[in-house]
Design a protein around this ligand. Structure first.
Ligand SMILES: [Zn+2]
Length: 698
């Protein structure tokens, strides 16, 4: 759903209505005193809400520890400053107070300030905060992280994490821990696969549930999100809350607590080689990033969050940002923006958390288009997603956070709130997320429009007052990094494709072939030449790694342009690598053994026959006749219209499963004896005739 942003006029009107219709009580409070203060308890934080005071410049939130008799046990402390740019609506101020020991009892008061003049405090409210989640005597629920047991004095260690996740796995049918790979120093990179009543059994089966993925800790010295992930995993594993079981019955939650175990153990930003892993998700030179990208290929998450901490203490609890690279398909950018500005800004205003665009006020030159950053890499892989930053220090608006443990608690519980909201957004907007993904994949596979090598979509200014009224930098693509006429494919020599590399740790690197395989791109090999066509779902990412203009590329591939365009009459026998774009072929087409056909925006009268072909990649094309493909080469049919019948039988394509997605077949579809079984990338096909077992679910 596309949500309308509230306008200043609407907000002003609401304030005016509130002021003019509010009844005047018999014993009225002083006009500048905050009234109607409430305190709502949630996991690790308290939402304070109150009636606004006319003319207030800001508000101070005071917290006092009290005992069971409501007698203060410590000094009152100003723990929060509410500023008008904190939330998208001004008529219902809220503040998420966090940074206390969960389970303790407090009294809160709030007062307005007019300029520097302090107005009277509200009447106090007293409440006991929510204790750490899980009954201490219920198996599973009783588990606690090292961070929780030390009351935020120490982060959960690597060995504690492995023991904790293994215990969850052992005690909960909903959780399976899988090892995605190992770090440079041989620490396991684990992922929790969580579903209800049990998670789907294989990556392909998980992919069919439209899963969500949370990457909790890529920068080892930014650990706040990781602690939230570990707590949330326990909640998802053991909660009987109908909301949780409903969420887990409709998707699979993938949680990777620590991709950078070496960096976490040593509290460094990079991995043990010093590489910033969030500048490596496209190049995948490191084993940690390779593990994550291979997971994305196999489990196909449709939405994601990537957890960080950030040093700007001037504004915003929770800076967020969508994938902005201009090669990201528009529907993915729009859906990600909807998740952030439509959902998180609105829900943050309810809960009292201050979400804003990354950078926030005067945040500097951050949040740009590097495809090496997971936010952009995932966008280029058609995943609706966002960066999440936890404001490192409390700054002026959280003045109690000189206390280190309280600072850590605020960060972790704000991340926990965000990740739960992320799951709720996916549950509510799943159809829109999947529609955006389908449209994006079909748009990418059509291979139309310019390519940029660096450059971001603008983030429109959010109506003031809000930190988004000064959005992140424009970051338009420079002219020399724009390619107006996209090639059909890149051709790599065998030396480029299979040659040893030295850009991995210790001088030992994987080959381009292995990295392309980890991304999941289709490759056509003819003799010693390796072709990577652009009519694929990751069309926006391929040139960034294989074109000479790529800013951080793997190699200089040769651009291959279409050889078949316009109208052609009579039978066609395809030899070698043939690329058709915007072509009309009036006649039967036979792709000879060892040859390949790649099409976009092309109509073939048919029939189309390919026995022993090196590759058949059809996108945004029409075949007005039968299609018969039997090969050991690569097969991809995306967004095509085929009269049929279609016969995809006896294809043995190694680890590279044939793709049949978003295609309409007016006749029967016969799929038998294919190994592996074809899949549809989560985009259903329309088949008017009967279809055999292997393609029945496509
Ligand atoms: Zn970071």
């Amino acid at each position: 759903m596309r949500r309308q942003r509230p306008t200043l006029i609407a907000v002003s009107t609401l304030i005016a209505v509130t002021l003019t219709t509010a009844p005047t009580p018999a014993n009225a409070a002083p006009p500048d005193q905050v009234t109607a203060l409430t305190a709502h308890q949630a996991d690790g934080y308290t939402t304070l809400a109150w009636q606004p005071v006319d003319g207030a410049t800001d508000y101070q939130i005071e917290r006092t520890p009290v005992d069971a008799d409501n007698t203060p046990t410590g000094a009152p402390t100003i723990v929060g400053i509410w500023r008008p740019n904190r939330q998208i609506n001004q008529h219902a101020p809220t503040f998420a107070d966090a940074g206390y020991n969960p389970g303790d009892t407090f009294q809160w008061r709030v007062r307005a300030r007019t300029g520097t003049t302090e107005q009277p405090y509200s009447d106090p409210v007293t409440a006991t905060t929510t204790a750490p989640w899980g009954n201490p005597t219920t198996p599973g629920e009783q588990l606690r992280t090292g961070w929780e047991t030390t009351h935020a004095a120490q982060y959960t260690t690597d060995t504690d994490e492995y023991a904790y996740t293994a215990a969850i796995d052992a005690l909960s049918d909903r959780v399976r821990v899988v090892e995605l790979g190992r770090t440079v120093q041989n620490r396991p990179i684990n992922m929790m696969v969580i579903g209800h009543p049990t998670p789907a059994a294989t990556p392909e089966a998980v992919a069919a549930t439209a899963p969500v993925a949370i990457n909790c800790n890529v920068h080892g010295n930014e650990p706040g999100d990781r602690e939230a992930c570990l707590i949330m995993a326990r909640q998802l594993a053991f909660s009987t809350d109908p909301r949780i079981t409903d969420l887990l019955s409709h998707t699979t939650v993938l949680i990777v607590p620590t991709i950078n175990g070496d960096g976490r153990a040593n509290n460094t930003r990079g991995n043990s080689t010093g590489q910033d892993l969030n500048r490596d998700y496209s190049l995948i030179r490191q084993p940690e990033t390779t593990a994550y990208i291979t997971m994305v290929r196999d489990y196909r998450p449709v939405a994601g969050y990537d957890g960080h901490e950030f040093g700007n203490s001037r504004a915003g609890d929770l800076p967020m940002l969508p994938p902005r690279h201009q090669n990201v398909a528009q529907p993915i950018f729009d859906q990600s923006q909807d998740m952030i500005e439509g959902h998180m800004y609105a829900k943050g205003a309810e809960a009292g958390w201050w979400a804003c665009p990354y950078g926030c006020e005067g945040g500097g030159n951050v949040g740009l288009s590097e495809e090496t950053i997971l936010r952009n890499t995932l966008g280029l892989k058609n995943v609706t997603n966002s960066l999440l930053e936890l404001r490192s220090s409390g700054g002026q608006t959280r003045p109690d956070e000189g206390n280190t443990t309280n600072n850590r608690r605020r960060k972790t519980y704000s991340a926990l709130w965000t990740f739960h909201q992320f799951l709720d957004y996916h549950r509510a907007d799943r159809a829109d997320i999947l529609k955006a993904r389908s449209e994006a994949i079909e748009t990418q596979a059509a291979n139309t429009g310019r390519l940029v090598f660096r450059g971001s979509r603008p983030i429109p200014a959010h109506p003031a007052p809000h930190p988004g009224d000064s959005p992140p930098p424009l970051d338009a693509p420079p002219a020399d990094l724009i390619l107006g006429n996209p090639p059909c494919a890149y051709k790599l020599t065998d030396a480029q494709y299979n040659g040893a590399r030295t850009d991995g740790p210790g001088g030992v690197g994987t080959t381009v072939a292995q990295r392309i395989a980890a991304h999941g791109w289709k490759v056509i090999t003819i003799g010693d030449d390796h072709y990577i066509p652009l009519n694929q779902p990751e069309r926006g990412l391929i040139p960034l790694l294989l074109d000479g203009k790529g800013v951080e590329k793997l190699t200089d591939g040769e651009r291959v342009y279409p050889t078949l365009t316009g109208r052609r009459n009579g039978p066609l026998a395809v030899t070698g690598f043939t690329c058709a774009d915007d072509a009309t072929i009036n006649g039967p087409v036979t792709v000879r053994a060892g040859a390949a056909l790649v099409t976009t925006a092309t109509t073939i009268s048919g029939p189309l026959t390919a026995a022993g072909a090196a590759g058949i990649l059809l996108a945004d094309s029409t075949i007005n006749g039968p299609v018969r493909i039997a090969t050991t080469g690569t097969i991809s049919i995306i967004d095509a219209t085929i009269a049929g019948p279609v016969d995809l039988s006896g294809n043995t394509t190694g680890t590279d499963a044939p793709v049949l997605a978003g295609t309409t077949i007016r006749g029967p579809l016969n799929c038998t004896g294919n190994n592996p079984t074809p899949h549809n990338l989560g985009i259903a096909n329309t088949v008017h005739g009967p279809r055999t077992t292997q393609c029945a679910a496509l």
